[in-house]
Design a protein around this ligand. Structure first.
Ligand code: NDP
Ligand code: 13P
Length: 337
């Protein structure tokens, strides 16, 4: 059974920018952190340099943050397993973990997205792979990796299938300049974090086309209405969407160029080819694939999400960004709510 006490050890999967930033925060809180990376050469380089030169240069690893390329090491190191890899690798990692886990393990993820191809929520993927007896949860909020890694003030939400795991997760992260709120609304936290990436692309497209602050504010507000419609239809809590993992993260990523999703939108609005733009960003841009997953999810739920649908058309149907804007502005007159 999970207790709500702060764990002493934790295993972190994903040595990209976010996995490393969270590992640093956990280590600063005194946890014994073991960090795993997908690419053995990269994790070896991190271990040798005692920093993640590729993703977060100049931020040294404390002694209680150690690296490994062995999943077995992580499973044995701690009951608390934290997954911070892009959504396209989520199911595969769970498949690898399944035969190694025992009843005391819990899984928390910090991945933002849906399963690529199926549009399934990550908690659905987790239950399909590991069954419904394991305690699970996620952390999400307006948190750029670099700022968290530098120890700048930040806040996020920890939602879990049990109150004890939400509290245990929050206790693991909370400390110094980091504040964490708990929630029992896993679905709402997942939806906010996934859809905001698509909307950040939309905001970037608008700015890349040279539109102004009015257009950006309209995208954020009407985008929020899209998340709320979907969340409401799927049974999430409205307040969650108004919280850190919803409106908080939406505003952050739609307005600041640290967001890779926003930067992809900027490049598309400026007329750049999508593959070139993603290669230049050189890190995970979840919103591109999530736009397709949201398209599937919204269809299944019977919910209209016009801004997200336009991002999908720009990315998957070659629609010109200018035409996407025309399509949005030509929609029929209707009440705001
Ligand atoms: N960065 C941020 O500020 C935040 C990110 N997130 C979320 O965190 C998740 C991870 O993103 P982030 O760390 O930023 O991305 P990065 O691009 O910085 O790093 C991704 C890491 O995952 C590795 N990777 C790639 N494919 C796989 C796979 N199939 N299985 C396992 N590992 C893989 C990459 O390895 P390699 O280097 O070898 O390609 C790299 O180490 C995303 O869902 C993102 O939305 C959430 C909040 C904030
Ligand atoms: O989720 C994030 C901040 O909360 C990071 O956003 P990007 O993935 O767009 O960089």
């Amino acid at each position: 059974m999970t207790t709500s006490e702060r764990p002493q050890k934790i295993s972190v999967y994903g040595a990209g920018s976010w996995g490393t930033a969270l590992a640093l925060q956990l280590a600063r809180n005194g946890l014994d952190v073991l960090l795993w990376g997908f690419d053995p050469k990269h994790i070896e380089a991190c271990d040798k340099a005692r920093e993640n030169t590729a993703y977060l240069p100049g931020i040294p690893f404390p002694d209680n943050l150690r690296c490994t390329d062995s999943i077995d090491d992580l499973v044995q190191h701690s009951d608390d397993q934290l997954i911070v890899i892009p959504s396209h690798g989520f199911r595969d990692l769970l498949k690898q973990l399944k035969p190694k886990l025992n009843k005391s393990h819990t899984i928390v993820w910090a991945t933002k997205g849906l399963e690529v191809g199926s549009g399934k929520l990550l908690h659905e993927v987790l239950i399909e792979e590991l069954g419904d007896e394991i305690d699970y949860g996620l952390v999400s909020g307006p948190t750029f990796a670099t700022e968290v890694a530098k120890g700048l003030p930040s806040a996020m939400t920890a939602a879990a299938s049990t109150v004890a795991l939400a509290e245990r997760t929050a206790a693991a992260f909370q400390g110094g300049n980091y504040r964490v709120y708990t929630s029992d609304d896993v679905l709402g936290v997942e939806l906010g974090g996934a859809v905001k990436n698509v909307l950040a692309i939309a905001a970037g497209i608008s700015d890349g086309l040279g539109f102004g602050a009015n257009a950006r504010a309209a995208i954020i507000t009407r985008g929020l209405a899209e998340i709320m419609r979907l969340a409401d239809k799927m049974g999430a809590q409205n307040e969650t969407i108004m919280g850190l993992s919803g409106v908080g993260d939406l505003v952050l990523t739609c307005t600041d160029n640290q967001s890779r999703n926003r930067r992809l939108g900027l490049a598309l609005g400026e007329g750049k080819n999508i593959d070139v733009a993603i290669a230049e960003i050189g890190q995970a841009v979840e919103g591109a694939k999530t736009s397709h997953s949201i398209h599937l999810l919204a269809d299944r739920a019977g919910v209209e999400m016009p801004i997200s649908a336009c991002v999908h058309k720009v990315i998957y149907e070659n629609m010109a960004p200018e035409d996407a804007v025309k399509e949005l502005l030509a929609r029929e007159l209707k009440p705001e709510f």
